[in-house]
Ligand binder design. Structure first.
Ligand code: HEM
Length: 442
């Protein structure tokens, strides 16, 4: 079954870059279907964007992701309008001037290629192994129980007070809690500042959405304001570590770290730490919100999961595939490359559309069915493997397993009070800024 039939769509008319469309109607599934079927390696030229190759099939995204010697991360990381690209470049120069870094250097290790990339990524990788996550399992379970129990109390109290008009926001009252707590805890950020980290991340990611800006502020000004505040904050944390001694947290590891005998500069530590904190809380929160919605939309799947809690790990994989929170990453061809009969010229951009790969009929049987028992489930929610595969994939998986486990007794008594509200203007992560839920007495 294809959920979004759109008669009359052709490769020449598909629009996969209109951010208003994402806000109003969600992901362009039907458009990606057309591209996968008719032009999986498609030279996409639309007003307002630099032309790029739209890559929509699972196999091609895997190929590109596993060949960093052909497709580089160094030039461009994600698709942006031509206008925003100019601003981003200026912002990067401003920030480097401010933090004392060199504007010509990569802002963080996502922008690096091998072998430099691996040297930098490896500095904290030990914190994200499955073994480390196993050690945190009980801690996550206890936190999840608390957060879910507070959330359930809130939603019942609101219903008792307001009846059918009741509406409690899942995103702020639950989805954000564990991802922020877990990465901040690992980072060595004091608990009283966790809320602040969440708010800074919301603005950094959502600066195009007027809701996240101060009155009269432009998106660039909002980003600059947050970057400045965050830089000062990180500097204080660093000075505290230097006064009181290093611990066993991410920031301490960055302060100890050396690459080829050289310590990281303050600018490098700042960017690295912000990357971990922001990537660690933004994506997982959206995947949790997307998972709750999917389970409420498909009550037969929820019933199956409630009756068989041992399915939580496979349900989490299906939620990751279904919600496909990260929309795209970009690479630049290092030399001419032939792909499906098309020549991608040196210097041209390729954009990897992960949600499309996650509905690829060549890989997934009945891809538009949400199936908590799906097996195998070779989804690309965390990227198409290879060099840049999500560093936090294990962390996200363990967090989601513990949250959905704790939610099982609560979910059957919930219903959507409204459709989710999406962050405006961001084509990189499918951000859900509010999702109102209500208690549904049985
Ligand atoms: C459900 C939650 C998450 C999703 C869907 C997600 C998705 C992704 C994707 C698609 C990529 C790019 C992969 C590629 O280019 O091949 C990525 C990279 C990355 N993610 Fe995640 N992520 C999640 C959670 C996390 C968490 C919890 C962290 C914690 C630190 C994290 C840190 C990173 C980092 C540092 C990278 C860059 C890796 C590199 O360039 O080597 N992510 N993630």
């Amino acid at each position: 079954m294809v959920i979004a039939e759109a008669p009359g769509l052709t490769v020449d008319t598909v629009d996969i870059t209109d951010s208003d469309r994402y806000r109003d109607h969600g992901y362009p599934w039907a458009e990606w279907d057309v591209l996968r079927r008719e032009a999986p390696v498609y030279w996409y030229q639309r007003p307002g964007f630099e032309p790029f190759w739209a890559i929509t099939r699972h196999a091609d995204i895997r190929y590109i992701s596993s060949h960093p010697e052909l497709f580089s991360n160094a030039q461009m990381l994600r698709l942006n309008t031509a206008r925003k690209l100019g601003n981003a470049q200026k912002q990067r120069t401003d920030q480097m001037n401010f933090t004392g870094g060199n504007p010509a250097d990569p802002p963080d290790f996502i922008y690096m290629d091998p072998p430099e990339h691996r040297q930098h990524r490896g500095l904290v990788a030990r914190h994200f192994t499955p073994r480390m996550m196993k050690m945190l399992e009980d801690h996550f379970a206890a936190m999840s129980e608390n957060y879910v129990s507070d959330f359930a109390d809130k939603i019942i109290a609101d219903f008792a007070e307001r009846g059918e008009r009741s509406a409690v926001d899942l995103v702020h009252e639950l989805s954000a809690k564990l991802p922020v707590a877990a990465i901040c805890d690992m980072g060595g950020v004091p608990e009283e500042d966790w809320e602040q980290i969440f708010e800074w991340t919301e603005v950094l990611v959502g600066a195009d959405d007027p809701e996240f800006r101060l009155p009269g502020e432009t998106p660039s000004q909002a980003s600059r304001r947050i970057s400045t505040e965050w830089f000062h904050y990180n500097n204080e944390l660093i000075q505290q570590r230097q006064r009181e001694g290093l611990g066993d947290d991410l920031l301490s590891d960055l302060l100890r770290a050396e690459v080829e005998g050289r310590k990281l500069s303050p600018a490098e530590i700042h960017s690295y730490f912000v990357l971990l904190l922001a990537a660690g809380n933004e994506t997982t929160r959206n995947s949790i919100s997307g998972g709750v919605k999917a389970l409420l939309d498909y009550p037969d799947q929820l019933d199956d999961l409630v009756a068989h809690p041992e399915l939580v790990p496979s349900a989490v994989e299906e939620i990751l595939r279904w919600s496909s929170t990260v929309i795209q990453f970009q690479r630049t061809a290092v030399e001419d490359v032939e792909l499906r009969g098309q020549t991608i010229r040196k210097g041209e951009s390729v954009v990897l559309w992960y949600p499309s790969a996650n509905r690829d009929e060549e890989v997934f049987e009945d891809p538009y069915k949400f199936d908590v028992r799906r097996e195998p489930n070779d989804h690309f929610a965390f990227g198409g493997y290879g060099e840049h595969f999500c560093l936090g994939a294990n962390l996200a998986r363990w967090e989601m397993r513990s949250i959905f486990h704790a939610l099982l007794p609560v979910l059957p008594n919930l219903e959507l009070a409204a459709e989710p509200e999406h962050v405006i203007g961001f084509l990189h992560v499918g951000g859900i800024k509010r999702q109102m839920l209500r208690h549904r007495p049985r």
